[in-house]
Design a protein around this ligand. Structure first.
Ligand SMILES: [Ca+2]
Length: 266
């Protein structure tokens, strides 16, 4: 810590003895007084925060990695990506904030700044975030490789949001169903919210996507092979219909239930 020497003259007198002691016991004293002035000489890096949309009802969860070169953090929420309507929503040393947004189903933009002494570093580039009166489910099945097996009843959510600049927050739900040889399995999708499920696509892998009905509907998953195999399918949003207008900003979250109904021989 070469900067210790240079900074020593700024120390309050009462800290001098422990600092000198620490200098003598270099290895033994890695905390304590050193921490007041022992931050690295580097300036804090300006990094955008991680933004978790819809993780909790009415709240956007924002977090970031701690940085030794920073004394604290400031989190800003903007109404628009250009920085309009900026509000300081957090200042302090925490690295996670659950921000209660002033409007549901509306995109906001989060920027993180780091504080060192009296200087502010940043704020970062904006990251969009949104909250709704419904929280999203906790299934991480956006990709085929993380598809959720359909075992009996699964309750799920799907969402889509976009702003006037084309920023999108998109959800996609992948599922898989083990289908016996020469059989088909029927699965049912049921609406659990006021959102029209006719704005959702149901697509079996390698087949044409089809819209569900307002209330959901049943779908058959075929296996013509002589061995059992998983059939993959996904549910995703018909974007313009879901938002309600071509290329318009907006969005919402829908809740539904998916369940196994029956297996039949072909
Ligand atoms: Ca989902």
């Amino acid at each position: 810590m070469p900067q210790i020497k240079a900074d020593r003259r700024f120390l309050p007198a009462e800290l001098l003895p422990p600092v000198l002691l620490c200098s003598a016991l270099v290895l033994a004293c890695s905390g304590g007084p050193f921490d007041l002035l022992g931050r690295t000489a580097d300036e804090p890096k300006v990094v955008s925060p991680a933004v978790d949309s819809l993780g909790r009802e009415g709240k956007v969860l924002v977090s970031w990695a701690p940085e030794a070169a920073a004394d604290g953090y400031r989190l800003y929420r903007d109404s628009l990506p250009d920085g309009s309507g900026r509000l300081l929503v957090y200042e302090g040393s925490s690295t996670a904030v659950a921000d209660a947004v002033p409007a549901m189903d509306t995109l906001f933009y989060y920027r993180l700044a780091k504080i060192r002494g009296s200087r502010e570093f940043g704020p970062s580039d904006p990251v969009p975030g949104v909250a709704s009166s419904v929280a999203r489910d906790s299934q991480m099945n956006d990709e085929r490789s993380s598809a959720t097996p359909v075992n009996y009843v699964t309750q799920a959510t799907i969402f889509y949001y976009r702003d006037a600049w084309g920023n999108e927050i998109e959800d996609r739900d992948w599922y898989l169903m083990q289908v016996p040889p020469r059989s088909f399995v029927t699965v049912a999708v049921t609406n659990l919210s006021n959102t029209d499920l006719g704005e959702l696509y149901f697509q079996v892998e390698n087949q044409t996507a089809q819209l569900l009905s307002t209330t959901g509907g049943e779908r058959k998953l075929f296996n013509f092979d002589l061995e059992a195999r998983p059939v993959y399918f996904q549910i995703y949003v018909a974007k313009d219909a879901f938002v309600g207008e071509l290329s318009a900003p907006g969005g919402k979250i829908a809740a539904y239930q998916i369940e196994y109904r029956q297996t039949n021989a072909i």
